[in-house]
Design a protein around this ligand. Structure first.
Ligand code: PLP
Length: 398
């Protein structure tokens, strides 16, 4: 008889957002009149910017004509987009990348999980707690052991270096869910640790477009030596509202190496290329033209305006919540606010209280890990009117 991958049975039963949706639906069914404001799930609400829409229309027209129709694209992604990334996302940071170090994908979620295909099962993985659940679940599915680095108010949500030797380190900055950022000095400490311990850092920079302060690094490759120890993931989802369009990219530097089971060093760029050529057939031409459009002067301005809109939401929420006496972190250089629950309520108790009282939906912090207990994540991706209304309701409720 067929065997399943038993590791799937080790995953927690309820996917966080499914349980959130279930509770909201149940409440709404019982209280159809309740006007619920959703500040929970990390999806964007503002439409694609005009430069992107025009580029998509043009690409569709090309696909409609025999002379300009495109079939399968290159597995790495089209050169026009990889070149735009190298020139616009990295060159201004002083980071030089070759085109074949850039791999276009259908969003960061796939690759933050898929990258495990080229890494041995026996690697010891470490990640912060709380954490974006995909890293944890993908490694449980693969049967890897994971150690957690607590991020709590006690350490200002900045993880300590691992207390035992680890092989793979997931870092995500600006962070989902805590909304914290990492300083250049802290990031340097991680790069030095990885180089000294022959460890690999998987750096998720899905929210780098929200960084406004000049001293916060946008890329791990701003730190000398990082190309020898880090893979970086980026996404257009929150940068340009591509959660439904689907496009992102992964950087695997040529210098990056890891060991075979017999101790020889092997380049990860070639392995990842081999994996992608076998299992991935690319992201559509239309999506890639859409992504390219955000690097045009108009595209850049329009995308920035939307990010500013969300950052203003974050600022409004952060200020209002603090004025109401909540302990809040995040919300600067990041679209997430990490709110400590009042009166010692658990994450789910506070979730229910907000749903049933002011009819606001957040995401229970405990869903992101044990250390998230006692917190709730709010996102700044809502409409301005909803954000303002939510803060007014909270003020009336407190
Ligand atoms: N990484 C982080 C930290 C995220 O929060 C998300 C989405 O919420 C992703 C990656 C995945 O983004 P996408 O697959 O839409 O690019």
């Amino acid at each position: 008889m067929t065997h399943i991958n038993d590791n799937f049975l080790r995953l927690s039963q309820n996917y966080l957002f499914t349980e959130v949706a279930r509770r909201v639906q149940t409440y709404q069914a019982r209280h159809p009149e309740a006007d619920i404001i959703r500040l929970g799930i990390g999806d964007v609400t503002q439409p694609l910017c005009p430069a992107v829409v025009e580029a998509m229309h043009r690409a569709v027209d090309e696909m409609a004509r025999k002379e300009t129709f495109r079939g399968y694209g290159p597995e790495h992604g089209y050169e026009f987009l990889r070149r735009a990334i190298v020139e616009h996302d990295y060159a201004p940071l002083g980071v030089r990348l070759e085109l074949d170090e850039v791999f276009i994908n259908d969003g960061a979620k796939s690759d933050t999980g898929n990258i495990g295909d080229i890494l041995g099962r026996d690697n010891l993985v470490c990640m912060t707690d709380p954490i974006y659940p995909v890293y944890m679940d993908a490694n449980i599915m693969a049967g890897r052991e994971v150690v957690s680095l607590p991020c709590t108010a006690d350490n200002d949500f900045v993880p300590d270096l691992p207390g035992q030797p680890v092989d793979i380190i997931y870092l995500c900055y600006p962070n989902n869910p805590t909304g914290t950022t990492i300083s250049r000095q802290e990031l340097t400490r991680w790069v030095e640790y990885a180089l000294a311990n022959d460890a690999l850092i998987l750096y998720d920079a899905a929210y780098e477009a929200y960084i406004r302060d000049a001293d916060v690094p946008h890329s791990i490759y701003e730190v000398p030596g990082a190309k020898r120890c880090a893979i970086e993931f980026r996404s257009y989802s929150k940068t340009a509202g591509f959660t439904g369009v689907r496009c992102g990219y992964t950087i695997v530097p040529r210098e990056l190496e890891a060991r075979t089971s017999t101790g020889e060093r092997v380049g990860l760029n070639a392995l990842w290329n081999r994996r992608q050529c076998t299992k991935f057939n690319g992201t559509s031409y239309i999506q890639q033209r859409a992504a390219e459009a955000i690097y045009s002067p108009e595209g850049r301005k329009q995308v920035e305006a939307t990010i500013d809109y969300y950052l203003t939401n974050a600022d409004i929420m952060r200020t209002s919540l603090r004025d109401l006496g909540f302990q809040v972190c995040g919300g600067r250089n990041a679209p997430y606010l990490w709110v400590q629950t009042p009166r010692g309520l658990s994450s789910w108790q506070f979730f229910d209280a907000l749903l049933q009282g002011p009819h606001i939906v957040g995401t229970p912090g405990v869903g992101f890990g044990r250390c998230g207990e006692g917190y709730l994540r709010l996102t700044a991706f809502g409409d301005r009117a909803d954000c303002l209304q939510a803060m007014q309701r909270l003020a009336l409720n407190s």
